[in-house]
Design a protein around this ligand. Structure first.
Ligand code: SAM
Length: 289
């Protein structure tokens, strides 16, 4: 197996093909072999698992996943990497590369077709310019048992944040609605070529088999969450009145009271079940109107 993380191997491999890194495609390739090994180990992949990898690059993580998984499907947008991936992962019969933009894939169909009889997980060193849309697509696909990804550390902290903390955001609630996050380890900039400006972190999101909250309408729940964070450090009633103009200020205050919160409550301190209580009151009001 070619050690693609060895810079003395990777550089000639890339220059043979006249390859230049694309900043626009978020290409920061791993050059520290402990990192893909640790990601693959921590993702808990074994032969009963089918892994969707996003952005294999020259294949360091693909190789480590292929050594452990039943099957690896890797979606890569940059077709210039074709001859390189052929050399680095071509020897693995359980690896399939799909060429294209991951955001244009029908992920549930892909998982059904490629991973029949396997436990599906996703694993990736993500291109940072589209971290949120990719994570959103992976979680909304609702078909993975776990999603283990390397992201910018500040994003990892945001995903795992607790209510009321500075990192807590609408994206936190979105991720924690679908999954339970666990921060695994940091990866410093010198582990990549070219080096990113920021520290990275690996995080695992174990998707929830059941969502232990009563949510009458998912769309209203997420609208409530977005409205609550749209005006940070303001009273929740202001955010709700602006996110749900049909409520008006008085209606927003009534919803908050009916859900059992003080009138000066702030959105950024609420947990998922507390957002659910507010959203459910909005739904009930709508139904009564
Ligand atoms: N996995 C490799 C590694 O760890 O060295 C490369 C990771 S690099 C941070 C991100 C990879 O995602 C690049 O190979 C890039 O070409 C690919 N990529 C960027 N945008 C993509 C998209 N929309 N769909 C699929 N792959 C994409």
């Amino acid at each position: 197996m070619i050690d693609v993380c060895d810079i003395h191997v990777m550089k000639p491999l890339l220059s043979e093909q006249g390859f230049h890194f694309s900043k626009a495609k978020g290409q920061n390739f791993l050059i520290a072999s402990w990192v893909p090994q640790a990601i693959a180990t921590e993702s808990g992949v074994d032969e009963s698992v089918g892994v969707l990898e996003i952005g294999p690059g020259v294949g360091p993580l693909t190789q480590q996943l292929a050594l452990r998984a039943g099957k690896v499907c890797a979606v890569e947008v940059d077709e210039r990497l074709k001859p390189i991936l052929q050399k680095t992962v071509g020897e693995f019969s359980n690896v399939e590369i799909l060429w294209g933009d991951v955001l244009k894939q029908d992920i549930p169909t892909l998982v059904r077709e490629k991973f029949a009889g396997l436990h599906p997980v996703a694993c990736a060193n993500l291109p940072y310019y589209i971290t949120s849309p990719i994570l959103t697509a992976l979680l909304e696909a609702d078909c993975f048992e776990a999603v283990t990804v390397m992201v910018q550390k500040e994003v990892a902290l945001r995903i795992a944040a607790a209510p009321g903390s500075a990192d807590y955001s609408a994206f936190t609630v979105f991720c924690q609605y679908y999954a339970e996050p666990e921060l695994l380890f940091d990866v410093p900039p010198h582990c990549f070529l070219p080096q990113p400006k920021v520290t990275s972190a690996v995080i695992t999101l174990r998707t929830r088999k059941e969502r232990p909250w009563e949510i009458l309408d998912e769309a209203t729940f997420f609208r409530t969450v977005r409205a609550s964070f749209a005006m940070r450090r303001k009273k929740l009633s202001n955010g709700l009145a602006s996110g749900f103009p049909e409520l008006g200020k008085a209606g927003a205050a009534e919803v908050i009271q009916a859900a059992g919160f003080p009138e000066n409550v702030r959105g950024e301190s609420l947990s998922i079940p507390e957002f659910a209580r507010i959203a459910n009151e909005i739904v009930k009001r709508r139904e009564q109107a």
